[in-house]
Design a protein around this ligand. Structure first.
Ligand SMILES: [Zn+2]
Length: 149
């Protein structure tokens, strides 16, 4: 009998433990490994799998990002949701686009729009874990070693 191996993400209600959304992230054939290369996932596939799991979580999180503007900073009128705009986000192993909520002033004479980005909301679009890794990696070689490359 043939089987496949599925990686699934589920969105579950904490209170009822009911699964409200279930998505197959990846599906792999289960084959007899003929060489060590066929054991598990190759490097690129591991990164790809992680990126897709991250995308599923980020899709849930990005709609919850509070940009903090209920009233227009120009005229004080209420703001209404205009939709979503993509904004770059760089995680440790993968790059992503967050769908950031966009707002528009309800006063037609003002029409002020708030198009937040990851940078405007969090001050950076690079996850601190990635920034730390990059600065540690940059600090490892001496100046002389770095210049000679
Ligand atoms: Zn306004």
């Amino acid at each position: 009998m043939d089987y496949e191996f599925r990686v699934v993400v589920e969105k579950v209600s904490v209170a009822s433990q009911k699964v409200v959304q279930r998505d197959i992230v990846k599906s792999y054939n289960i084959n007899q490994p003929k060489s060590i290369l066929e054991l598990g996932l190759r490097h690129e596939e591991q990164i790809s799998l992680l990126a897709q799991v991250q995308n599923s979580l980020l899709a849930e999180q990005s709609v919850l990002i509070d940009v903090g503007d209920n009233a227009c900073p120009q005229c004080g009128q209420k703001m209404s949701k205009l939709g979503f705009m993509p904004s770059d986000f760089h995680a440790v192993f993968s790059d992503h686009q967050l769908q950031m909520p966009q707002y528009c002033c309800q006063n037609p004479e003002c029409n002020w729009q708030n198009t937040p980005t990851c940078i405007s909301r969090f001050g950076t679009d690079i996850h601190p874990d990635l920034a730390q890794l990059q600065s540690e990696e940059g600090a490892l070689p001496s100046y002389r070693e770095a210049v000679s490359d």
